[in-house]
Design a protein around this ligand. Structure first.
Ligand code: ASP
Length: 350
């Protein structure tokens, strides 16, 4: 064989390498590459008619303090090298245990005057997910959703089956009284009165002055670069027929993938399911190269606002970028990144 034939594969490899180098997108010299924080955490406590005129200083301080406590619990896990999943779980526990939010204690009432809880959990490094819907006797539904992720071969369990699974995992059950709060019960009475007066559409209920959603959610990024997201809710006031919203639906209310972002949503669940909101944020980043902020804003302000789907979301990418768009008057939201002060806001301005 002539020596030139030996050289051909080597030459073509060199050409291919040179081409790959040339094909790489040029770096924008004006862009400042921000260094990703060691860890980051973002939470929401629901979107809706949250306005300064409806708030007392005491109530505002009390909600702020619950959110701050939740962020601090997540920070403790993340700053000591714990996992994003552990941070999401402990953070959501605090929000579930607070009567201010529509999750765990403080959950809204069904038409029948009961509380029926939904939650979901997803980890971004392996796309594992767990969810529960319609549970009535589990104090922290987010932990049950995580147990489904960690200890079952399924993604979503519901009702009595989910509660039986909790028992099989040795989880404690709690009496239904735990979830009772007078203000939520009164909200149900007002909605029922409005319904009797003929103003019963879901939209009318949602746009009522005392209406807010109050679902809770959290997304965390840990030191290993892993993302996790979780959402927990009592659903919507006056829900019937075992209605299930977006919160326990992976891809609608919750999503996490290390290659793009983690997302937790709050809002009118029927829209969030049909527009696959949490997954849409991921998809815009993955397939269209959108930034986290572009993707999150487009879904909330263009897609959902256009069709009348009210609500918001929190999202966090692996570089520690955070987006918290909403198309309602307000959304309880907050975040903390390693080495930075915590940020907590309620209304339509920062
Ligand atoms: N998305 C929830 C649901 O539709 C409600 C909320 O976010 O508060 O069940």
């Amino acid at each position: 064989m002539k020596p030139i034939y030996f050289l051909l594969p080597i030459l073509s490899l060199m050409v291919a390498c040179a081409q790959t180098e040339n094909d790489k997108p040029e770096k924008d010299p004006t862009s400042m590459e921000m260094e990703a924080p060691d860890w980051a955490i973002v939470i929401h406590g629901g979107a809706g008619t949250i306005l300064p005129k409806n708030m007392t200083p005491e109530r505002e301080a009390s909600i702020r303090s619950a959110m701050s406590e939740a962020l601090a619990a997540g920070e403790e896990v993340l700053s000591s090298g714990g996992s994003a999943a552990d941070a999401v779980e402990v953070t959501i526990h605090i929000l579930e245990d607070s009567p201010h939010f529509n999750a765990g204690k403080g959950a809204v009432f069904t038409h029948e005057g009961t509380n029926s809880l939904d939650a979901s959990f997803m980890t971004g490094h392996d796309r594992q997910a767990g969810a529960v819907a319609g549970v009535t006797n589990i104090k922290n539904p987010i932990s049950l959703a995580r147990a489904v992720l960690d200890h079952s071969e399924h993604v979503m369990l519901s009702g009595k089956g989910a509660e039986d699974f909790a028992l099989s995992r040795g989880m404690d059950t709690i009496s239904a009284d735990w979830f009772y709060t007078e203000s939520r019960y009164q909200s149900l009475q007002r909605v029922i009165e409005r319904e009797a007066a003929g103003n019963s559409s879901t939209g009318a209920i949602l746009n009522a002055p005392d209406s807010k959603y109050g679902t809770v959610g959290c997304v965390a990024l840990d030191r290993s670069g892993n993302l996790a997201a979780g959402t927990s809710t009592g659903g919507m006031t006056n829900k019937r027929y075992d209605r299930i919203g977006d919160s326990p639906v992976i891809g609608a209310g919750t999503f996490a993938d290390n290659t793009s972002c983690g997302v937790s949503c709050t809002g009118h669940g029927e829209y969030f399911i049909r527009w696959a909101v949490a997954h849409d944020v991921h998809a815009r980043m993955s397939y269209a190269g959108a930034s986290l902020e572009e993707a999150a804003n487009a879904v909330i302000h263009d897609v959902l606002a256009e069709v009348g789907g009210s609500g918001g979301l929190i999202a966090l990418d692996r570089n520690g970028n955070i987006a918290m768009p909403f198309n309602t008057p307000g959304m309880y939201r907050g975040y903390k990144k390693a080495g930075e002060e915590e940020v907590i806001s309620f209304y339509g301005d920062f």
